[in-house]
Design a protein around this ligand. Structure first.
Ligand SMILES: O=C(O)CCC(=O)C(=O)O
Length: 360
């Protein structure tokens, strides 16, 4: 049982958020958790900050923030299992899948507690931290967990509306700083922000009110992650993760190639499609078009696949795209749908169909 109760965010809200991110580069999904849950996570975050300092990973990032009133907590996933729960939360996963496609990775998960007296950092788009310009498509997405109410005066993130369409620093207007706006979001909401959006932390000018945000940063699988999870996560922490989480964190030896473990799909199709008799990996991958909006049906399919812990969603790099075979994916999708239905995942399961299956 996790720290958050099952969120009741419906599919329409998620679809709207995905559309808003595509249009505006930004969306707020309210009511993902309540204030009591936020307070429990916040308490764990403070313990994690203490533990990080104890381990020698400083929570003041000199050079990044103007003073020590910003408390940065890195390597969250290793510090407390609650953060592994949040980074893989179904609502976050649904929004990330809608924006980036089903085959995304976890690039980083950090916290920034802006305490009274904290100031702004440099304005930047996070996509620039992991890939060079030109930024012609959204390859990264932030899911921001609001553990407190977020307002302009307590240090809300400031962003430049429309800047998610900038393809390089040349597009940044000279008066960008004066055009930045703070986002306002209630505790328990999760804003989603396109990786190309130019933004910065705000200054907390309140007397005594902390602004605590967690930044879950996700990217396309071909983008080098910001955080080296293989090094940052202890073997004990790594051992707790199911296969799809291992994939998303980049913990496997072979990151992009055919899976080395038996997959439910490979089991289901082995021998049924002219199998050679030896363990010949066949695996499905959703052909999620990462640059188009995802229809509810396609997203539901993506989530259904993702719900299978042993299911890999990686696209084949070896052997390339050899052929697309819907028939092979169908039984697996049905099975995934029924698992997900049993687990009460908020999607329209009756309409689940395989989008495509790639055989390698
Ligand atoms: O804390 C914030 O509001 C923004 C933080 C940020 O932009 C960053 O850490 O890259």
């Amino acid at each position: 049982m996790g720290i958050l109760t099952t969120a009741t965010v419906d599919e329409a809200t998620i679809a709207e958020a995905v559309n808003r991110v595509a249009e505006d580069g930004f969306a707020v999904i309210p009511g993902v958790f309540d204030e009591a849950e936020a307070n429990r996570v916040l308490e764990r975050l403070w313990s994690a900050a203490k533990e990080s300092d104890r381990r020698g990973l400083a929570t003041y990032a000199e050079g990044l923030d103007p003073n020590a009133n910003n408390v940065r907590v890195w390597n969250l996933i290793d510090l407390d299992p609650v953060f592994a729960e949040l980074i893989a939360h179904p609502v976050a996963a649904a929004v990330v899948t809608g924006v980036l496609g089903a085959d995304y990775i976890i690039s980083n998960f950090t916290a920034n507690i802006a305490r009274p007296g904290s100031g702004s950092m440099m304005v930047h788009p996070d996509q620039s931290l992991v890939m060079p310009a030109p930024w012609q498509a959204s390859h990264c997405l932030n899911i921001i967990w609001c553990l407190t109410n977020v307002r302009g005066d307590n240090g809300a993130t400031l962003y430049l509306p429309g800047s998610h369409r900038f393809t390089s620093t040349d597009d940044v207007p000279a008066d960008a700083a004066s055009r930045m706006v703070p986002f306002t979001a209630p505790v328990g909401s999760i804003p989603a922000m396109d990786g190309r959006m130019w933004h910065t932390s705000g200054a907390n000018i309140t007397e005594s009110e902390d602004r605590a945000l967690l930044f879950g940063f996700y990217s396309q699988p071909f983008v080098r992650p910001q955080w080296n999870h293989s090094v940052g996560l202890s073997p004990e922490t790594q051992a707790t993760f199911p296969e799809n989480m291992r994939y998303r964190l980049g913990l496997n030896t072979w990151q992009n190639g055919p899976p080395t473990r038996g997959l439910s799909i490979s089991r289901s199709v082995r021998g049924s499609a002219g199998g050679s008799g030896r363990e010949r990996p066949r695996y499905s991958a959703l052909l999620a078009d990462t640059h188009r909006r995802v229809t509810p049906r396609r997203r539901a399919t993506a989530i259904a696949f993702d719900e299978q812990p042993e299911q890999s969603l990686r696209a084949p790099q070896h052997g390339g795209l050899q052929r697309v075979d819907r028939a092979l994916a169908k039984p697996a999708a049905r099975r995934a749908a029924s698992t997900a239905r049993r687990e009460g995942h908020p999607a329209r399961w009756s309409s689940i169909r395989p989008h495509a299956c790639i055989s390698a």
